[in-house]
Design a protein around this ligand. Structure first.
Ligand code: WT7
Length: 663
């Protein structure tokens, strides 16, 4: 990684040392949290009296029809019998908070600033224009028969219409489920069926890095066989040829033409579902996390404003995809609730070259920039000149999310991109948490490279050891959250029991995140990564069980064990140990190609196995349980740290695994 010393950075400070907040970040802040003392006071207020704190916040942020008088209802102790609820006696339509409430004060302010795949190709929607377009799309959905509470799948690329589609669903009280445009037909079909969608919104083709993505064709393939989808609404992005089913398919531009640009919003209860978003876990199929209207939006709005210290004239850019929770909370819902200008980016960090992000920042005068460690590492590896040839003086706050950031990459981001003048907010959170939980607060928190630092108000992190004892003070354990917060997912779609068993059964009475965490003597949190069978590849969460299911569906394969291993750019790579069926003799290269074609078909192009090793057997206990610890150690290049293998049914497989290791 190249590394030029930046002017304001003392030479001998290690990345993990404390970095004070640069003066420029603090100047002009009007935030409720501008110092660590503010943070302490506000955090304590939210902990002591959460009802008063969040009722005040939600009333200041959201436009309510019936103002709520109730704060939190329920607790983690009775979560099996009743869902947590916030603001339960209030009613609203969240699009009035994201759109209508800004029309008088910010009608002509740009709400969505779109940068297309080609540099400089832009479109803008002011709040007034966005409001009108959302109303038209909502009218179109209604004309297609979509009722309040029904599910609509959004399977699109990064076009403004994806945000319009989400908001249009919310406008009529329908529940959206955005499926990332990289998912395969099979993955899309699973989600369509699981949530019982009535309508799918897609586009002819996506466009990314100069390459087209056949979204409509994939959607057509997904809708072969049984499902309840009545209509497919198709936005035309490229004009590429698509197959057409005349009774089912409707063009977006036809459906919106002449539709009402001022559709009254449908009133919903605070706790009505706003969206379902699927995510992978350590077992079984991906589960649909359910986020509800008011608590989620309050949390997205609060965290977006406070963490980034949002100001009225900011140009805010989050480079995530709307297919993931980051895109939901920090491209669409948080920024729009806050009346911000939110940049939406269709392309990739490497197209047409490794300067694309910085070219975009410079041309649009971006002040807050939010991306993922995998992108930072990939760009750092390309050399500083791709960054330094652009004027990045507009930047004030840099964000990172999705996986632990290594201190070297953090320092590069700080020095080369931020030029020592920006604060970095390393934001830890999850699909389940709805918004940022552990993070620096831009004007207030001195940072240490690699640490997510301190909890947001409402977040009470506890570290538990294997015996569920709380670790007080410095130490390392499993990260749990002890109190409900407004943005938490309320349930798993159609399976509350799974929600309870996944998150609340490991340590009863607290929410278990699945992550490990170390707390240092300053009370700063350092996320160490997943402690369950989930791997995080380039910020994409994947279950090892999902890969294993794909592998054993290949004829030649009898058994498979999949683990993560350290990868210099992607954070983690995917390492597969494979046992062949008797009589099969493909070599591992041929098998890897076949396995990856199957992964692509069953999950999507982002699900790729990096290393595949043929083994005579998996290390199993006498009761037949795979000892994943051994697989992990070998993949991490530490075969000398296997620990006790005496309980294995056949210890000889270990020697073969170590001898044939790919790392
Ligand atoms: C998992 C959640 C949150 C939106 C993107 C990913 C890891 C996330 C950080 C961070 C260390 C992080 C955790 C978490 N993670 N942010 N700043 N530092 N790890 O959402 O797909 O739900 O994944 O991503 O392991 O559990 P997700």
């Amino acid at each position: 990684m190249s590394h030029d010393a930046a002017p304001n950075t003392p030479a001998r400070r290690a990345p993990t040392d404390l970095h004070p907040v640069p003066a420029r970040v603090r100047e002009g802040s009007a935030s409720s949290i501008q110092t660590l003392d503010d943070w302490r006071r506000v955090w304590m207020a939210a902990k002591t009296d959460p009802d008063a704190f969040w009722l005040r916040e939600t009333q200041a942020r959201l436009r309510w029809r019936t103002t709520p008088t109730q704060g939190l209802h329920g607790s983690f102790h009775d979560i099996a019998d009743s869902q947590v609820a916030w603001f339960a006696d209030g009613t609203l339509n969240i699009t009035e908070s994201c759109l209508d409430q800004h029309l008088e004060t910010r009608g002509d302010k740009v709400a969505i600033l779109w940068e297309g795949d080609e540099p400089g190709q832009t479109r803008t929607f002011t709040y007034r224009e966005l409001h009108a377009e959302v109303c038209r799309a909502a009218s179109a959905l209604r004309a297609l028969g979509v009722q309040k509470g029904e599910r609509v799948i959004v399977y699109m690329g990064m076009v403004p219409e994806a945000a319009v589609a989400m908001l249009a669903c919310a406008r009529i009280g329908a529940v959206h489920s955005v499926v990332f445009g990289g998912f395969s037909a099979e993955a899309l079909r699973d989600r369509v069926r699981d949530c019982g969608a009535e309508v799918v919104i897609t586009q002819d083709e996506g466009l990314r890095g100069g390459r087209s993505i056949p979204l409509k064709a994939t959607c057509d393939a997904a809708l072969e066989g049984e499902h309840g989808v009545r209509h497919v609404l198709v936005y035309r992005r490229t004009g590429g040829a698509v197959a057409w089913q005349h009774t089912r398919d409707v063009w977006w531009h036809d459906a919106l033409a002449g539709a009402s640009a001022d559709l009254p919003a449908v009133e919903t209860a605070a706790e009505d579902p706003l969206f379902v978003l699927y995510t992978s876990g350590s077992t079984g199929r991906p589960k649909g996390l359910v986020h509800t209207c008011a608590g989620y939006l309050t949390w997205a709005s609060y965290t977006h404003e406070v963490v980034f210290d949002l100001r009225e004239d900011d140009v805010y850019a989050c480079m995530a995809d709307v297919g993931w929770i980051t895109g939901h909370s920090y491209i669409v819902y948080g920024p729009l609730a806050n009346g911000a200008t939110s940049l939406m980016f269709e392309s990739t960090p490497l197209y047409p070259d490794a300067g694309r992000y910085w070219d975009t920042v410079a041309r649009h005068g971006v002040t807050i920039f939010y991306t993922a460690p995998t992108a930072i590492r990939a760009l750092a590896a390309q050399g500083d000149h791709h960054v330094t040839r652009y004027d990045l003086s507009s930047l004030r706050v840099l964000g990172t999310v999705g996986e632990p950031i290594n201190p070297e990459a953090w320092q590069w981001y700080y020095d080369v991109v931020g030029q020592g003048r920006c604060n970095i907010v390393d934001t830890w959170w999850q699909t389940e948490t709805g918004g940022i939980c552990i993070t620096p607060i831009a004007p207030a928190t001195p940072t240490k490279g690699g640490s997510a630092t301190l909890p947001n108000p409402a977040i009470v992190p506890v570290l538990l050891d294997d015996d569920a004892h709380e670790i007080v003070g410095p130490g390392e354990g499993r990260l749990c959250l002890a109190q409900p917060w407004p943005g938490m997912a309320r349930t798993v779609w159609g399976d509350h029991e799974r929600y309870v068993s996944t998150y609340f059964s490991t340590f009863p009475g607290t929410y278990f995140t699945g992550d490990g965490c170390r707390r240092d003597s300053d009370g700063y949190h350092w996320i160490t990564g997943r402690v369950d069978d989930v791997i995080n590849v380039a910020g994409h969460r994947m279950g090892t069980a999902e890969f294993e299911a794909v592998l054993v569906s290949v004829d030649a394969i009898a058994e498979a064990g999949v683990v993560g291993f350290p990868h210099p750019i992607k954070g983690q790579g995917v390492y597969a140990y494979v046992v062949l069926q008797p009589g099969q003799q493909p070599d591992d290269e041929a098998l890897l190609t076949l396995a990856n074609a199957t992964c692509r078909a069953q999950i999507g192009a982002h699900a790729r196995i990096d290393l595949l090793q043929l083994v005579p057997g998996l290390p199993k206990t006498r009761s037949g349980k795979v000892m994943r610890r051994i697989l992990r150690k070998v993949a991490e290049g530490e075969p000398d740290k296997l620990g006790d293998v005496s309980t294995l049914a056949d210890p000889s497989v270990v020697a073969a695994i170590v001898a044939g290791a790919k790392v």
